[in-house]
Design a protein around this ligand. Structure first.
Ligand SMILES: Cc1ncc(COP(=O)(O)O)c(C=O)c1O
Length: 379
């Protein structure tokens, strides 16, 4: 067995999810995917693709029409990628992360990443024989800053991971904050992996891609996809955007892992990024209402919590209740039948927090939060 792989654990989200599945009547606030159906016109496009026998291998990088649509879509963030050789359609954003990190990392390289963080990067970094170097963002409103990155830079730093909006905190980095990071990294031989999978779900200001700063464009790999913007998690369509010299290396890996992303998913994604550019807008409006409600209720019932600006997660502190995040989540499940994700699923820096997803109806959120309030009174 591969020793590095043996040391990697199954994601904490999955482990807790298995426990939750034993409580059939529990209210689950663990969900990491939109609770809206895939838009109707996108489903029609998928069915048409099937009927028209679009069921064969595509170009490794994806059908050119979709790569063009992705490239056009990213123009709204001030970016210009050549669909011929700077875009790869991947099997979800997850594959994009895998391709990016495996393309740039070598044994002993260091990767700076904020924590708490989505658990999809650390195991891949370790599998490459590289070393994750966490920036503790818990005392800074969960924000990665240029100053905090500077403290962690070393001669071995190969890459910085910037997920904005963030899962699990919902925190979004602003134009000015990203600009400072871009200035710090400029002229350094360091890559940036910018995970923008929640770019359509930003509530209080516009999403900024760090790749739009000229000083880091050449070193940045953007990861995005249709999972969250178009509620298409099961279609498994993501993409990478990166300068040609990086993309031409990533495509080799992609070819040997996947050949290509699902052809039917690609035709559905083409429809989404052609005639469904506003599909995320009603979802965004709804999530924003829920965000405001959940934030207000959490404060009312006694949590310390940072107001998120994006994605559909909120990450309240449970430090004052004196339980580990796993104990808190387990007891809450057993006592009130409400499931939340223990914060330690999001790196060691997530200990002392829980993740609540508001990708659930208002009624569910209201009931879930009432029950959490009752639970706190019993503690
Ligand atoms: C920050 C982040 N990046 C990537 C992914 C993976 O997305 P996909 O389902 O498209 O592989 C997720 C999924 O939850 C995520 O939260």
């Amino acid at each position: 067995m591969n020793k590095r792989l043996k040391e990697i654990q199954i994601s904490g989200i999955r482990r807790f999810y298995n426990l939750v599945s034993q409580y059939k009547d529990a209210i689950s606030l663990t969900i990491g995917q939109p609770d809206f159906p895939t838009p109707e016109h996108v489903k029609v496009a998928a069915k048409l693709a099937l009927d028209n026998n679009k069921t064969v291998y595509t170009n490794n990088a994806g059908i050119i029409e979709l790569r063009r649509a992705i490239s056009n879509y990213y123009k709204k963030y001030g970016l210009n990628y050549n669909p011929e050789d700077e875009v790869i359609v991947t099997n979800g954003a997850s594959e994009g992360i895998y391709l990016a990190l495996n393309t740039i990392l070598e044994v002993g390289d260091e990767v700076i990443l904020p924590g708490p963080i989505y658990p999809g990067y650390e195991p891949v970094i370790k599998l490459c024989g590289a070393v994750p170097v966490f920036v503790d963002t818990t005392n800074n409103g969960f924000k990665l800053t240029a100053e905090s990155i500077k403290d962690k830079l070393s001669s071995k730093t190969k890459c910085i991971i910037i997920p904005t909006p963030s899962n699990p905190t919902g925190v979004v980095l602003s134009y000015d904050e990203l600009s400072k990071i871009a200035s710090l990294v400029s002229n350094k031989d360091i890559f940036i992996v910018s995970d923008e999978i929640y770019s359509e779900l930003v509530y209080d200001f516009e999403h900024t891609s760090i790749a739009s700063f000229k000083e880091v464009f050449d070193n940045t790999i953007v990861i995005n996809g249709l999972s969250k913007s178009h509620s298409m998690t099961g279609f498994r369509i993501g993409y990478t955007l990166a300068p040609k010299y990086i993309t031409c290396e990533m495509i080799k890996l992609h070819q040997y892992i996947n050949s290509c992303a699902s052809s039917i998913g690609q035709y559905a994604a083409l429809e989404a990024l052609t005639n469904g550019l506003d599909d995320a807008s009603p979802m965004r409006e709804e999530y924003k209402k829920r965000r405001d409600f959940v934030y207000k209720r959490l404060i009312e019932i006694g949590f310390d919590v940072i107001k998120p600006n994006g994605a559909f997660y909120i990450f309240p502190s449970i430090k004052k209740f004196g339980l580990s995040s796993l104990d808190f989540a387990t007891k809450l499940l057993e006592s009130e039948k409400v499931a939340v994700v223990p914060g330690d699923a999001f790196s060691h820096l997530g200990e002392g927090y829980i993740r609540i997803s508001y990708a659930s109806s208002m009624d569910t959120l209201e009931e879930g939060l009432n029950r959490i309030g009752i639970f706190l009174k019993k503690l």
